[in-house]
Design a protein around this ligand. Structure first.
Ligand code: FA5
Length: 350
């Protein structure tokens, strides 16, 4: 009987080696270990044996069964490896040294100026904050001192959603949340609030060379004791001289925004025409770039900050227009055109 077991074991091993794929292996498993398999049959035959014989054969059959299961699973692993090797062998050869002809794209000019501004402000101790593009009426307007029906709402033709929320028309929509987020550290730890928050804005604009319906702004706020207009001017000057790496002609004039008092318009001398007037600057020689001002006491109060103790400034930099000026792009609409030929001209070191 022992011989019979040995023969069966050898036969199984020979047949195992002949299997070349998962299906033939499965057929073999059924042949030996299936319900009517040869090893299973041996087990069934045990009923006719004496108790002593059962003991001996039982041990042998169990050993055989265990070995069969192990050999089949080992062969299964071998076949998997063979299959992988077969795929590798039939793959076309790759020459990794050949230069790719594919266009991997380039950074968008707005991404480049945004990163540049983030770098400049973070080195001056500002945190960079992200904020959603869909916001509530409260965040975008009421929290920044623009109540319902206030005429200042007409300055921004806003896209409202059916659920009453809206597409952020200005990055000022994040002001209240940022003030609230950092008010504790300002009050308890005497750490100034210094944050910038770039983001995409949407307005139902009639587009022209300097107006888009989808554009980027980068808001900034700083709040502490004794912050004044001088601080605001210092940061604006530093930012512009670092972005353009030379002195740029700017002008500061009074501007009205309900969330600042006093408020200013900061215009840049048009770098496309040098100030002579062209379509990019609406023939005025100047481009509105970065309105700013001292944060209105009501806005501080709404952010949980006592305006009797603290003051701060805020600015709303037109990032898309900054990209236009930095890269001398005559028409803002080119930036949303998706034209790879136009956009791929810009690289990090330009
Ligand atoms: C605002 O959006 C204010 N929230 C800015 C602000 C923040 C003022 C904090 C004071 C304190 P305004 O609508 O002017 O302001 O937009 C700010 C800048 O975004 C503009 O100067 C301009 O550079 C840019 N901008 C505005 N509308 C467009 C547009 N349609 N296309 C491209 N850029 C635009």
């Amino acid at each position: 009987m022992k011989e019979k077991f040995e023969q069966l074991k050898n036969k199984l091993n020979i047949e195992l080696k002949e299997t070349q794929n998962a299906q033939t292996l499965e057929d073999l498993r059924i042949k030996y270990l299936g319900k009517k398999g040869q090893i299973t049959d041996l087990l069934k035959g045990m009923k006719d044996l004496t108790v002593e014989e059962k003991k001996n054969f039982g041990k042998l059959i169990n050993e055989l069964k265990t070995q069969a299961v192990e050999s089949i699973s080992k062969r299964s692993e071998e076949l998997k490896q063979l299959e992988i090797q077969r795929e590798i062998d039939t793959m076309p050869e790759f020459d990794l040294s050949i230069e790719s002809k594919q266009n991997f794209g380039s950074y968008h000019p707005i991404t480049l100026v945004q990163r540049e501004c983030e770098r400049i402000f973070t080195t001056m101790g500002f945190n960079v904050e992200d904020y959603p593009e869909v916001v509530t009426d409260y965040e975008c307007f009421e929290a920044v001192n623009v109540p319902k029906n206030h005429p200042a709402r007409d300055m921004q033709d806003t896209y409202y959603l059916e659920n009453g929320e809206l597409l952020k028309s200005q990055t000022s929509a994040a002001q209240n949340a940022i003030l609230k987020k950092y008010s504790k550290q300002l009050i308890e730890d005497s750490m100034p609030i210094k944050a910038i928050f770039p983001g995409r804005c949407f307005r139902n604009e009639a587009t022209d060379a300097s107006h888009e319906n989808t554009f980027f702004q980068m808001e900034g706020v700083m709040v502490d004791k004794d912050i004044s207009i001088s601080n605001l001017i210092y940061f604006m000057k530093t930012m512009l001289s670092e972005v353009f790496m030379r002195d740029i002609k700017v002008r500061l004039r009074p501007g009205f925004f309900p969330f600042v008092e006093p408020g200013f318009e900061l215009d840049i001398n048009c770098l496309i025409c040098g100030g002579d007037g062209c379509p990019s600057c609406n023939h005025s020689g100047w481009l509105e770039l970065c309105p700013c001002g001292m944060i209105h006491p009501e806005v501080l109060k709404e952010g949980g900050i006592d305006p009797e103790k603290y003051t701060g400034f805020a600015f709303g930099l037109g990032l898309t227009r900054l990209a236009m000026m930095k890269y001398r792009i005559k028409d803002i609409r080119d930036l949303n055109s998706g034209s790879l030929k136009a956009l791929s001209q810009f690289t990090e070191d330009k």
